[in-house]
Design a protein around this ligand. Sequence first.
Ligand SMILES: Cc1cc2nc3c(=O)[nH]c(=O)nc-3n(C[C@H](O)[C@H](O)[C@H](O)COP(=O)(O)OP(=O)(O)OC[C@H]3O[C@@H](n4cnc5c(N)ncnc54)[C@H](O)[C@@H]3O)c2cc1C
Length: 482
Amino acid sequence: MTLGIVWFRQDLRLSDNAALHAALHDCERVLPVFIADDRDGTVSEIGAASRVWLHASLNALENDLKEAGSTLLVLSGDPLKLLPRLAKTLEADGVYWNRSYDPVTCERDKSVKEALHSIGANSYLANLLFEPVKTLKADGTPYRVFTPYWKNLMGSLPGEKPLAAPKNIPSPTPQWLGKQLKNTIAVDSIDELKLQPAHDWGEVMMAHWSVGEKAAQKRLKDFLKSDVQSYKVDRDIPSMTGTSMLSPHLHFGEISPRQIISATFNKRKSVFDLSPGEETFVKEVVWREFAHNLIYQFPHTVDSPLDERFNQFPWASKYDDSLKAWQQGNTGIPIVDAGMRQLYATGWMHNRVRMVVASFLIKNLLIPWQEGERWFRHTLVDADVASNAMGWQWAAGSGADAAPFFRVFNPVLQGEKFDKEGAYVRHWVPELESVANKFVHKPWELPREERDALDYAKPLVDLKKSRQAALDAFAEIKTAKS
Ligand SMILES: Cc1cc2nc3c(=O)[nH]c(=O)nc-3n(C[C@H](O)[C@H](O)[C@H](O)COP(=O)(O)OP(=O)(O)OC[C@H]3O[C@@H](n4cnc5c(N)ncnc54)[C@H](O)[C@@H]3O)c2cc1C
């Protein structure tokens, strides 16, 4: 009786799961395993919001596996030690997983592969559309600019069809498993991983979401049915649900990018056959792909600038209080506070507002982008090493294809353009509920008496002066060697 171990990681789904598919093809029985691998102090240490999502996602996966006649073996510890031990104890014929591309995981997986060489380790492309190592410019160097990257890839879309979910997953019985593992490997339950916080913040946040593969498929279907056609315009309006909100599902692999692309193309053969909304949406999914390519090709950019001039950037020397005000949504700048409060309450923030709050932190408060990246990693349910680092470096002007540093978002103008009536700001900053549209993005301009009556923070900085300070700071490194 042959046995394959499928190591679930950021691919918490049964459909379009290449590793699961291959194991079922090669082996008579398949054992799905999840290993909680908390590597303290590393960039892939997951944040509080992600832990809460992971808890729910593992439960959903376990249920889906049960429906397919299987089970999920949950372990905690170092996969480098656990997997060879497990494979040896169970006399497995192979270990199967889908590849991830962040530097810590790449390094770890290389060692796991070596440790499993006598058993057989098989890894697959399933979390991206294309293999980063193969996606290079004609001269063999990695892409640093999105447009040529997109032009290179778009001809290969939609690509292969996604794999269907297996109806039945023949697995070892719990009795057999219990007997083999007895006294050798401690088995956990999902609850024993203690991913949930002690207080009820996680519960409140998760009330905004449905988690798991089925929920992800439903969200995609609903989005393609009702929102994708207006996506090109509505995606910039934070008060609307104009975007897919698939990012946490994609991050945890409850849905694959190939499934999203395939459903969006819906039998059409080329990008040129898509509507403007559909094409823009596909492009955004390819931005995610670009982020993973960057992190693979330039692993140091997880926490260091790609443009090395920024290593000398004269950041503010003391910023504890302003960082805290930003994190808590108490900067006195309405759209910034609305975004930061949306983030804390829901684990997600609208992309337009992510750009605004990032620009404000970096350029108006002169706080290193790594502080913002860290807070997002802690609080976002879609926190992703690749997309987060790319987003922050884009805002800082230090990354690939980044906004130039001298482009400082004016949060008042951004609010007035993308949240005309102030609906978004009023929703998340109820202190401003009764403020007239004209002042809702700049309450400091209200007549004195009305301003004093507001129970809302005064602006942390003067937008004009702080913008100039940022430009002066940038002038200090502008001519340095990159
Ligand atoms: C400072 C900053 C930090 C960010 N951190 C993250 C992060 O940790 N995780 C994350 O998934 N995204 C991050 N983003 C990108 C983007 O904001 C989110 O992917 C998007 O808001 C998710 O919402 P959605 O699923 O409704 O997106 P949609 O607009 O529906 O887009 C569909 C999918 O495309 C991908 N995508 C869209 N925009 C981007 C982008 N700019 N970069 C990379 N992928 C993109 C996402 O996977 C998204 O789910 C960040 C952006 C900024 C400016």
